[in-house]
Design a protein around this ligand. Structure first.
Ligand code: CUA
Length: 417
């Protein structure tokens, strides 16, 4: 009874599995590797198509021969005894020769593609150093004097040549729609290059760490912005500049916070000119797949109303006394030179924080400063919020910044466009 039912269900099941498999070939998925946007993944995909083509022919032929043989020559009651033979030279030569020819058809383009993609990057390529950290990405453009984190800008139509390194354990750099992936190995540089297609619209892509590297491996993401050459030039020119706050005068960290602020504000005779902050990929144009939707931990509360009262001048001081300066560099803030954590020089020009885990806005930034280890397990960043329980050290932070002081630091960081 159940056997009969199974026999009836089998074709339907086969069709369902086939349809399910077909959905994997869709190209509208933002993290699909089947969309070709660079020379690199175009050549790799061409290879994959060729393998699929020959593989399909071999599969269909072999399976058909198998099924026909099984049915036609099955044992029947009272049937004749099978003819006994000893080898067939012609057949054996044929079934050795055909696979050999197919292997040559696969091997030649494979070797050619390996040499193409492993060759040194073409002259004029944009150099980018990629440095993996637990659990974030450092991007350094040595020719442009830019250091940034987690968000990478590349101009379309120009080859980007990556030197891949790691500060700690093994990581792997992968932006599915651009091709890759390649490991970041301790004490060794790996290289990779690709050219975003010149006809690409300015767009944003997801990237990932694809080598298990510890607790927050899954929270080590990349945003790649492929932009037009003039947009890239504008972005790069601004990113290379120091971020000085207040913009008009050099930072004076020794200024006592509270009494000086009204005076300093009152002293400004004319409204400051609109600052040129360079190109930034427009927030309104961000595709949905790059906007982080990670929920914040329920136990981590913060009064968002305080953010409206944030004072950037006090925040700059808080950045220094709160310990931020021990790990983060800000080009333009004297003494902020540490390279332990991400460079924050132009942090306000990024769309995300915490290696793509949260949107870069006041509420998320405040919670992040207050208790980063609660938002991203295992990380190096200290718990800064006064009275917060540090889930890694398993102690309560007795010193640190209160919520108003955190609002000040947020206000300061948001000035660093
Ligand atoms: Cu870095 Cu996984």
């Amino acid at each position: 009874m159940s056997k009969l039912r199974l026999r009836h269900a089998a074709p339907a099941l086969l069709v369902a599995v086939f349809l399910l498999a077909l959905t994997a070939c869709g190209t509208e998925y933002p993290n699909s590797t089947f969309n070709r946007h660079t020379d690199f993944n175009t050549s790799i995909d061409a290879l994959w198509d060729r393998l699929l083509f020959w593989g399909t022919i071999v599969f269909v032929f072999v399976e058909a021969a198998l099924v026909v043989t099984l049915i036609k020559y099955r044992k029947r009651a009272g049937g004749p005894e099978a003819k006994q033979i000893h080898g067939n030279a012609a057949l054996e030569i044929t079934w050795t020769a055909i696979p050999a020819v197919i292997l040559v058809l696969i091997a030649v383009p494979t070797v050619k593609t390996i040499f193409e993609t492993q060759a040194p990057a073409p002259a004029g390529a944009l150099k980018v150093e990629v440095i993996g950290h637990q659990w974030w990405w450092e991007f350094h453009y040595p020719e442009l004097g830019i250091t940034t984190a987690n968000e990478l800008y590349l101009p379309v139509g120009r080859t980007a040549s990556f030197e891949l390194k790691t500060k700690d354990v093994l990581h792997s750099f992968w932006i599915p729609q651009m091709g890759g992936k390649r490991d970041l190995i301790t004490n060794k540089s790996n290289f990779m290059w690709f050219t975003p297609n010149a006809d690409l619209q300015s767009s944003v892509w997801n990237g990932f760490c694809t080598e298990y590297c510890g607790t927050s491996h899954a929270n080590m993401k990349i945003r790649l912005y492929t932009v037009q050459p003039d947009e890239f030039a504008s972005w790069a020119a601004h990113q290379a500049k120091p971020a000085v706050y207040p913009a008009a005068e050099p930072a004076t960290p020794a200024t006592p916070a509270t009494p000086a602020i009204p005076a300093a504000r009152g002293a400004q005779p004319t409204p400051a000119p609109v600052e040129d902050v360079g190109y930034m990929f427009p927030t309104a144009d961000l595709p949905d797949h790059v906007i982080p939707k990670t929920p914040t931990p329920a136990g981590l509360t913060y009064d968002d109303a305080l953010l409206a009262q944030g004072d950037p001048t006090a925040g700059q001081l808080g950045f220094m006394i709160g310990g931020c300066i021990g790990c983060h560099a800000i080009n333009g803030l004297p003494g902020a030179v540490s390279t332990i954590g991400p460079d924050l020089t132009h942090i306000a020009s990024r769309h995300t924080i915490a290696a793509g885990l949260f949107p870069n806005d006041g509420p998320h930034l405040a919670r992040w400063i207050k208790n980063a280890r609660l938002m991203k397990p295992g990380i190096l960043m200290n718990t800064i919020g006064r009275g917060q329980y540090d889930p890694l050290l398993k102690i309560t932070q007795e010193a640190g910044l209160d919520d108003k002081q955190i609002a000040d630091v947020v206000a300061y960081l948001q000035k660093l466009k």
